[in-house]
Design a protein around this ligand. Sequence first.
Ligand code: ATP
Ligand code: MG
Length: 400
Amino acid sequence: MEYDHILIRYGEMALKGKNIKKFIIRLQENVQQKLKAFPNVKVKRTQGRMFIILNGSDPVPIIEKCKDIFGIQSLSLAIKVENEPEAVKEAALYALKNSEEVKKFKVTVKRINKDFPIRSQEFNQILGGHLLSNTAGYTVDVHQPDLEIKVEIRNEATYITSSVVKGLGGLPVGTSGKSLLLLSGGIDSPVAGYLAMKRGVQLEAIHFHSPPFTSDRAKQKVLDLAKQLTRFGGSIKVHIVPFTKLQQEVFKSIPDGYAMTIMRRMMMRISERVCEQESILSMTTGENLGQVASQTMESMNTINEVTNYPVIRPLVTMDKSDIIHISQQIGTYETSILPYEDCCTIFVPKAPKTKPKREKANYYESTKDYTALIEEAVSGIETVKVTAETTMEPTFEDLF
Ligand code: ATP
Ligand code: MG
């Protein structure tokens, strides 16, 4: 006897009415993709349930991987047995004996298959009694158990599950379309990307790079951050924009107070071009109200003027400490705080306007034609496909 299945629960998606089928299929694909390195496992759907069939693979690393998949509410190890009372008893006993730090347990039987000869309530008692008489030191506690052993008698088989591992929640990546993440090397934008993915958004990323003012290491840092994000949503295309000439021109010809605002407007214009090319319908940024001069309400209003694409700002109302907390949890923090300069930290105007006006921004931009510089930046874009890590589990053949 051993755990041969992992049960996947996908809570929120049950609310999605007609779309449910699409969501579940996408979740199944995402799980399959994530578990590519485990050649023996199979991911199956039955009505209202998703299972990973282990076929002898160690469940521990598989559960670890599944903890990074959006759309999974929770997971449990499961044993599949025939719809036979004796087999169910044996499996329940195995589940109890193989759990740690449990003193009080309860058994919950759910009989979906009404052909099964014993009613739920009665079978509950039979199983409880069986467990107590074959073990020592346990008590039954239906109100505050350390462990709930769930027995689900379905048409095809009975599944016995015990401890529940929490999943990430959210929606499966790919079910809410694509967004272009403006990815700097800072703390915020990777967190913004993560939160967008949590709502089912698939990401591409764009980064504005200003060599030689920003180094190759600064660029590599952004690619590293993108790589870390692939853990949650698979491969990410990163578009790297050569921004030096345009940025220098902006800082040369625009009054100091507006240079930052106009540089951001240029970023939005170029991002919109990439969205058009890639059929992406929105942008995502790490903007947050009130952090710095470029992130006041007036500033957002003036920057946003140049695009009518929706701009998703998952962090807009969050506290910095909460953002940092998420970045530590998702593993981007250590990379984000590396000191390599960003194009925005190099060209910092001495006194950026905290309340830039649309009319003034438009006026300053009209003093020079930036079209050719924007075109040049767009045509110089280098696109790198950052793929998710898949370290293969050694197969039997590899070992001999
Ligand atoms: P972050 O921590 O994400 O760098 P920030 O707090 O430094 O953000 P800003 O410098 O005002 O804030 O940048 C606001 C947003 O603009 C960033 O979150 C990011 O989405 C985008 N952005 C800034 N610089 C770049 C860049 N060089 N390439 C791509 N996007 C950028
Ligand atoms: Mg920054």
